[in-house]
Write a protein that binds this ligand. Structure first.
Ligand code: UDX
Length: 437
């Protein structure tokens, strides 16, 4: 199959590289010449484990190329994937479809034969139909079908998620389009990963419903965690106890400082918007959005307590600022609420993050970046673990406590325990939903 992938952001690049690894001939297109030049040099603009090697392998094999010229890339292909950004529109919280529609129009004008136009970007219900209309208006002679093929890639595990998906969701309207999509995903079907073939609207809705459900699950356990702290329960035990119920499942029940990232905040907001627009408000999702924001703010209060009532004049070491480990992404990370509150409150903040520095330097002004966790805690008044990078999971807590001015630990990912902290000599140990001291 010949494929054009429009947009070399996170989703586009990972999908393009993985499709080429299936043996398809893939051209990745981006408007940004610097990005294309970088990719042509073999450099990956994002941090995603394994992506650089897989990209190099397929470029070497001649199956993967990069260009800024959409028309050239689209010429003679079987499918064009639209994987451009759909940021939250300022003002109304809707997904901004400007880039999707601009791509659709350009594709319509460039098509030379039948192709399936597949939307991979996360788009509100009804967008695929709009893509269809936009393309028909731009070029009434264009021969194409549209398809919706949402992605479920987790940052940091995207290649594995692509190659071993829980399911592939495809929304189509014609058999011809369904056949092309089956051919593209054949390597996965051969290995019996399930495919859900459905209509366009249901495919679009599956993506939003899945992400909103997961965001709700996390928020639910975060609320339970808060109550656990008050009543003397341990949220880790509670998660285990409820997660063993097959109807609930044990995943996405880790209490923490609130969800962030490129998907959950944006998608919950867009779904809530759609609900309001169609006079069927999804109140549970609206509440989740509010509560998640509140949770991030609550973390600030928690940390003020850890610091003895004020950030002013304190030196605080923060371990991890990306929204989760194995990514350099800081979009909607709890750190963006927490760290500025510390700096604004008069604290000196030292940050260690294995990949967060590049983005973090812009987003978190006034902090002191350190490479080594032990160096960062030297003489500090508090240590805050914000992201559960593996690098932070087996720290020598005794050495850390011993080198701090006041050994206080706020473990917002529950990677240590009260006894661990006590043995190490911490005076204060704060957790999420467990019993600290
Ligand atoms: C998510 C979905 O998992 C993926 O299917 C979708 O395509 C895009 O959005 P991602 O944003 O990369 O992926 O990260 P994910 O691992 O899902 O974590 C999202 C946020 O939830 C992070 O901030 C993480 O720290 C938080 N989280 C996750 C928890 O706080 N507790 C959990 O138990 C799980």
């Amino acid at each position: 199959m010949r494929i054009a992938m429009i947009g070399t952001g996170y989703v586009g690049l990972v999908s393009g590289v993985c499709f080429s690894d299936f043996g398809h001939d893939v051209t990745c297109v981006d408007l940004n010449p610097d990005k294309i030049a970088m990719l042509e040099r073999g450099e990956v603009p994002i941090y995603e484990p394994g992506l650089d090697l897989l990209m190099a392998k397929n470029v070497e094999a001649g199956r993967l190329t990069f260009t800024t010229e959409l028309a050239k890339a689209v010429d003679g292909v079987d499918a064009v994937f639209i994987a451009v950004g759909t940021p939250t529109r300022r003002g109304d919280g809707h997904a901004d479809l400007t880039y999707v529609m601009a791509a659709a129009e350009e594709i319509a004008k460039a098509l030379t034969g039948y192709a399936v136009i597949v939307t991979k970007s996360t788009v509100p219900v009804g967008t695929n139909r709009k893509v269809l209309e936009t393309m028909k208006a731009a070029n009434p002679d264009a021969d194409f079908d549209v398809a919706s093929n949402p992605e479920f890639l987790r940052e940091g595990a995207a290649i594995d998620d692509f190659m071993r998906p829980d399911r592939v969701v495809v929304g189509v309207e014609t058999e011809r389009a369904a056949d092309v999509m089956s051919e593209i995903y054949r390597p996965l079907f051969l290995r019996e990963f399930p495919i859900v073939t459905t209509d366009l609207e249901s495919a679009e809705m599956i993506k939003y419903a899945a992400n909103a459900f997961l965001a709700t699950k996390i928020t639910f356990i975060n609320e339970i965690a808060r109550l656990c702290e008050k009543v003397g329960a341990d949220v880790k035990e509670v998660s285990k106890g409820i997660g063993l119920d097959g109807r609930i499942g044990n995943k996405f029940l880790h209490a923490g400082p609130g969800y962030g990232g490129s998907c959950f905040p944006k998608d919950t907001m867009a779904l809530a918007r759609t609900g309001q627009e169609f006079a069927a408000p999804i109140q549970i999702v609206e509440t989740v959005i509010k509560v998640n924001d509140e949770i991030k703010r609550r973390m600030v209060d928690k940390l003020i307590d850890v610091c003895g009532g004020s950030f002013n004049g304190k030196t605080i070491a923060v371990f991890g600022v990306t929204f989760k480990p194995n990514t350099d992404d800081m979009r909607d990370a709890p750190a963006l609420t927490i760290v500025p509150a510390m700096v604004g409150g008069g604290a000196k903040v030292r940050v260690v993050d294995p990949q967060g520095r590049r983005e973090g330097e812009q987003l978190l002004p006034g902090v002191d970046w350190r490479e080594d966790p032990y160096d960062a805690v030297e003489g500090a008044d508090a240590l805050v673990i914000l992201t559960e990078w593996n690098e932070f999971r087996a720290l020598d807590l005794k050495r850390i406590a011993g080198s701090m001015a006041t050994p206080r630990l706020a473990d917002l990912r529950n990677i240590y325990s009260g006894p661990d902290a006590e043995r190490a000599g911490f005076e204060v140990y704060e957790t999420i939903g467990r019993q600290g001291f």
